[in-house]
Design a protein around this ligand. Structure first.
Ligand code: ACO
Length: 324
């Protein structure tokens, strides 16, 4: 059975950077109080990239995909599978993956979206791995992309300071050499209320509440517990000793969650990739953005064992263990 090997990655962030001070000044115009100090102390976030009005998830995803294809040395025509993980699709349908396929000038392969919120990239990666192992795809593009700024309530300081926009992508190819070693995905739908955007459009009208709502402390507790167990389970499944992991690339929600997780797993700080300070939480885009940053600056190298982890609304969580 072939492995699914990551042969390239790419990223795209909107050019507009909004610092905590700038965001605090904007909120102050609506009598909403926040500060750089509060945001940094509670979350580690210093800035976020925000897409201009009208910019869509498929546009960000296409740019990240082009960078990943170039890095992999793969032509769009060779892709037989495109999966986009997103909770902010351009349309109800067609899927964002179909829009990306058209933008890339690819045709004929399978293309679909995966919706698992901040766990979306890990879910999509595990799905592409299963396709490749089963012989149903040879060259896959997996993207995490979001315009999360479009579902934020900019009058709710407890959520609007936490998120940003962006896209990250990887190219996977069937290979005899080890690539994805193990994956495990989980969900607990009974926890849907602690993190949701429970609105939709029906009969031409918005029904429910279209904005993201969150019980931050409940999310914090569940994220730490579920990711710890998932990390240990995926290593056991792969027969990899935890101490042999070179890099942890966790979902970038909050530096306190990441530090807490690192301590529970006994992983040294310099083995954990952190981008939440400059990207904020980009939901499904956060793991591929962090992976791409660490690969491009030379931290993650060929031969490294990397543990990627996602956690988010649903409630969903999961891990993918990869030999690069
Ligand atoms: N600026 C200033 N004050 C604020 C802000 C803000 N932006 N937001 C909330 N506060 C206030 C609250 O109103 C509250 O005031 P009060 O004591 O007068 O009532 C006070 O700060 C404390 O609020 P808490 O919600 O208790 O703050 P907490 O210490 O829990 O920190 C946070 C909030 C950062 C969201 C935290 O709960 C957390 O890290 N949760 C993890 C969830 C997370 O990171 N989610 C990201 C998305 S989920 C995901 O990606 C998995």
């Amino acid at each position: 059975m072939p492995y699914a090997k990551i042969i390239g990655s790419g990223a795209y962030l909107p050019t507009r950077v909004v610092s905590n001070d700038e965001l605090a000044a904007d909120l102050a115009t609506r009598n909403i109080e926040t500060s750089d100090t509060w945001i940094v102390e509670r979350t580690g976030i210093r800035q976020r990239h925000i897409a201009d009005p009208g910019v869509t998830t498929s546009q960000l995803a296409t740019k990240a995909a082009q960078a990943a294809l170039e890095n992999a040395g793969v032509a769009a025509a060779d892709l037989d599978l495109i999966i986009v993980a997103t909770s902010t699709p351009d349309f109800v349908f067609p899927s964002t993956a179909c829009l990306v396929q058209a933008n890339l000038g690819a045709k004929g392969g399978a293309a679909f979206d995966v919706q698992a919120v901040c766990s979306g990239f890990v879910y999509a990666l595990a799905t592409a791995d299963a396709f490749i192992q089963a012989g149903r795809a040879k060259t896959a593009l997996v993207i995490g992309a979001e315009v999360f700024s479009s579902i934020l309530d900019w009058n709710d300081r407890s959520t609007c300071v936490l998120f940003g926009d962006g896209a990250g992508a990887v190219v996977l190819q069937a290979s005899e050499e080890p690539g994805i070693l193990a994956a495990q995905l989980n969900a607990d739908g009974s926890q849907m209320k602690i993190l949701c955007a429970a609105g939709n459009v029906a009969h031409g009208k918005v029904v429910g509440d279209p904005f993201l709502r969150m019980d931050g402390q409940a999310v914090f507790k569940l994220a730490v517990t579920s990711l710890t167990k998932s990390a240990l389970d995926v290593c056991e499944q792969a027969g990899v000793r935890f101490e042999d992991i070179d890099w942890l690339v966790p979902h970038q929600a909050n530096v306190r969650i990441i530090n807490f997780l690192g301590r529970r797993l006994n992983i040294a700080d310099d083995k954990v990739v952190i981008t939440v300070d400059s990207h904020a939480n980009t939901s499904a885009a956060s793991v591929p953005l962090a992976y791409d940053a660490a690969r491009r600056d030379g931290r993650i190298k060929t031969g490294d064992t990397v543990l990627m982890q996602g956690v988010g609304g649903g409630f969903t969580w999961g891990s993918v263990l990869v030999k690069i």
